[in-house]
Ligand binder design. Sequence first.
Ligand code: HEC
Ligand code: HEC
Length: 314
Amino acid sequence: MTRLHQFIFLISILIVVAATAFQPAEMAPQTSEDLGRLLFEDPILSSDQSISCASCHIPAFAFSDTSAVSLGVGGQKGSRNTPAVTNMSARSAFFWDGRAGTLEQQVVQPIENPVEMNLPLPIALERLRGSARYKGFFQAIYGRQPDSLTLADALASFIRTLETGNTPFDRWMRGNDTAMSAAAVRGRQIFMTTGKCFDCHFSPDFTGDEFRNIGLFDGKTLNDPGRFAITKDSSDLGKFKVPGLRNIAVTGPYMHDGSFRTLREVIDYYDQPDKFVTHSLNRDTLLAKPLGLTEQNKQDLEAFLLALTDKRWE
Ligand code: HEC
Ligand code: HEC
């Protein structure tokens, strides 16, 4: 080696050493919400470390999935459509059948569900405790090692940050008359009156958190009993949690089974449910007769539903 080569060699070593020494450390999460986001996106919580919460609750689609049913570990199929998990803070029941009463109870269930992440909670916690990184994060935020309470708190805290309210509809409600199109304004009127939508989809998030049966149950091909599976009360057969409608434009396909691909199909269904399901059982009396919507009504109603999309997904 010439002197010049020696010099260049030395400088390169110095650069490598310096780069390693000054590599920015991973930004440690500062809050339970930040820690929850890391966990939500980390496949560490699935048995074969292949999927995370975000694999099914995809951020680009308002934290829902684009297929009728999502695939869990090993490509296993669940039986229900993945709901969007925005605007969960005010909910009083979780899952389509309301089997969890709080977000903290809800968020650990997908980890153990055999067709979702398929990882017993004790093993998930062992993994987190075995990770120097997560051990440090939990210690810094909760002052203790990962356990079922802190894991549930972190995930639930993150989900509570996913509140959305910056939509044309909200701007219109605050007095900006041009925020919604004329069609959407007419659609809102239909939503509140002849469409009867508001009878079930009310409150700021368009759900009263009740369980209702819109007719997607016939005991044969449509045989998910919904709320009945939890209460065993026959009046609950085929009832599902009324979903909120914020960001509905980006969360298709729709319904507990993902059976409707588009909002137009949903509207056509409500207009004439019998055309789609001939012998539904226990259907809500609100939907006893066809609504009699015109083509214009349907387009207006769809325009209103589109106006419920937060700026983040416009
Ligand atoms: C394999 C896909 C899949 C994965 C992975 C998954 N979920 Fe879900 N999630 C679903 C489905 C499907 C439902 C509805 C199930 C039901 O109602 O029976 C659901 C429901 C929920 C709900 C209730 C929403 C509501 O409207 O009631 C929340 C909250 C939620 N998941 C959070 C999470 C969290 C947190 C994780 C990660 C720990 C996670 N999910 C992982 C598919 C998934
Ligand atoms: C009797 C109560 C009731 C009425 C009336 C009603 N809905 Fe619903 N809505 C529900 C329930 C319950 C579900 C979930 C049903 C299921 O999955 O089986 C639902 C689901 C939906 C969905 C799919 C949401 C998703 O995330 O998959 C949309 C969109 C919707 N309704 C819009 C409307 C519109 C528009 C109207 C008026 C034309 C309306 N609803 C009238 C109770 C009602």
